[in-house]
Design a protein around this ligand. Structure first.
Ligand code: 5GP
Ligand code: ZN
Length: 136
């Protein structure tokens, strides 16, 4: 299902042109217009889902094989030294477009980009606590 006012629905379904690297029945992979690095791409499902929480399991199961296919090609053709997958869900996580997407970001030694967090030092009790909370 498409959402009328969603730009990624329009891009994924070809109503808005994009630089497409891959397309099948379920997905389109396009170049990001504000790339972190050379070749930064976005995998976008053709059916609207706001985020990972709303993505149906059958679509989710198809995501990684497509991502891998594009990643392998990037390594081969662009000669990248590494690659990050980034997938933001919700404002707190930095999601700006409310249609599920996966960033495929080729990395080059010395590219100057950072996809990072600051590690913290929780106590054993805190780690046990959060594990218990997730598992309960
Ligand atoms: P988010 O912050 O939601 O994880 O990432 C949204 C991404 O979509 C950003 O990297 C941004 O550059 C990209 N983006 C936003 N609008 C467009 C667009 O119209 N076309 C393309 N190709 N990329 C877009
Ligand atoms: Zn959408």
């Amino acid at each position: 299902m498409k959402k009328d006012d969603c730009i990624f629905c329009k891009i994924a379904n070809g109503e808005i042109p994009s630089r497409t690297l891959y397309e099948d029945e379920a997905f389109r992979v396009i170049l990001d217009l504000g790339p972190a690095t050379r070749g930064h791409a976005l995998l976008i499902p053709k059916d609207h889902a706001e985020d990972l929480f709303g993505l149906p399991d059958d679509a989710a199961a198809l995501v990684l094989p497509v991502v891998k296919r594009v990643a392998v090609r990037m390594k081969d053709r662009l000669g990248c030294d590494g690659l990050n997958l980034v997938q933001n869900n919700g404002e707190a996580a930095g999601q700006t477009v409310k249609h599920f997407h996966v960033h495929i970001i080729p990395r080059y030694l010395g590219d100057g980009q950072e996809i990072n967090w600051t590690p913290t030092s929780p106590s054993a009790e805190e780690l046990d606590g959060v594990m218990g909370q997730i598992l309960e």
